[in-house]
Design a protein around this ligand. Structure first.
Ligand code: PEP
Length: 257
């Protein structure tokens, strides 16, 4: 197993996948292992975030391969009377090492506020999960010229001070690009990523320079290389194109430096 570099390519399966999907993850791991065997460059870290029901089976299937398993959300508390919820400790116990938090689908459907996301991030750190914290503007906000202000506010209030010195990733996911096939221009992505880097460095000093900033929103084989070559783009959070190994692997391949 080869240690990954700063690059992170993470698949978000959303509410897709039953046991038959495990073979897709196994195919990803096998191809990553082959690629690592013949490549000298630092490999990207690769993660798959399946529905909670598959975390344990995926962690078992991928054990020792270097492909990481993540959750898609976690309750802020370790346990309690919270029917239907899953805690960060439970994900960790099931074999996850990362967790997506503050995804725009959860912010929109479950009215997750920035402080609620910050509390979940603290819960993830408590359980020693690496949070992937999502931020991003809606189409109305972008058309209103508010993209940088919205992302700046989300960063200021979704990231707790407890992140200082801890491993985490940030994902810039413009809401209007998720699952739509639309992507921002390279200039738009680079502008927001540069602003995120400045905010992270302002907040966390030298540690802020090391935090991977992922882009997410309709990443696919055809655009991954161009997006991943942009300054301050350290990886990708991939939804639809992560469900099948044949779609995901070219994106992973583009993540090799
Ligand atoms: C996502 O859900 O985080 C995402 C980026 O989805 P998609 O790649 O399908 O746009």
């Amino acid at each position: 197993m080869v240690e990954g570099g700063r690059r992170l390519i993470a698949g978000n399966w959303k509410m897709h996948g039953t046991a038959t999907a495990l073979s897709e993850a196994r195919a990803v791991a096998a191809a990553v292992a082959r690629r690592q065997a013949d490549g000298a460059e630092p490999p990207p870290r690769v993660a798959i975030c399946p529905p909670a029901t598959l975390v344990h089976r995926l962690a078992e299937a991928l054990a020792g391969t270097g492909v990481l398993v993540g959750g898609q959300d976690a309750h802020a508390e370790p346990q309690g009377a919270c029917t239907g919820d899953v805690s960060a400790e439970m994900l960790r116990d099931a074999g996850a090492s990362l967790v997506i938090l503050g995804h725009s689908e959860r912010r929109a459907s479950y009215r997750e506020s920035d402080p609620a996301v910050a509390a979940k991030v603290e819960g993830a750190l408590r359980a020693e999960l690496e949070p992937i914290v999502c931020v991003g503007e809606t189409l109305d906000e972008r058309e209103d010229g508010q993209a940088l202000a919205v992302v700046g506010r989300q960063l200021a209030t979704s990231l707790p001070d407890a992140l200082n010195g801890r491993a985490f990733a940030l994902a810039y996911e413009p809401v209007w690009a998720i699952g739509t096939g639309r992507t921002p221009t390279s200039e738009q992505i680079a502008e927001v990523h540069a602003a995120i880097r400045t905010a992270l460095t302002g907040r966390f000093g030298a540690h802020g320079q090391t935090i991977p900033i992922l882009y997410g929103g309709s990443v696919k084989a055809a655009n991954a290389r161009e997006i991943l070559a942009l300054p301050d783009v350290d990886g990708a959070l991939v939804g639809g194109a992560s469900l099948r190994a044949t779609d995901f692997l070219p994106i992973v391949e583009a993540g090799w430096a």
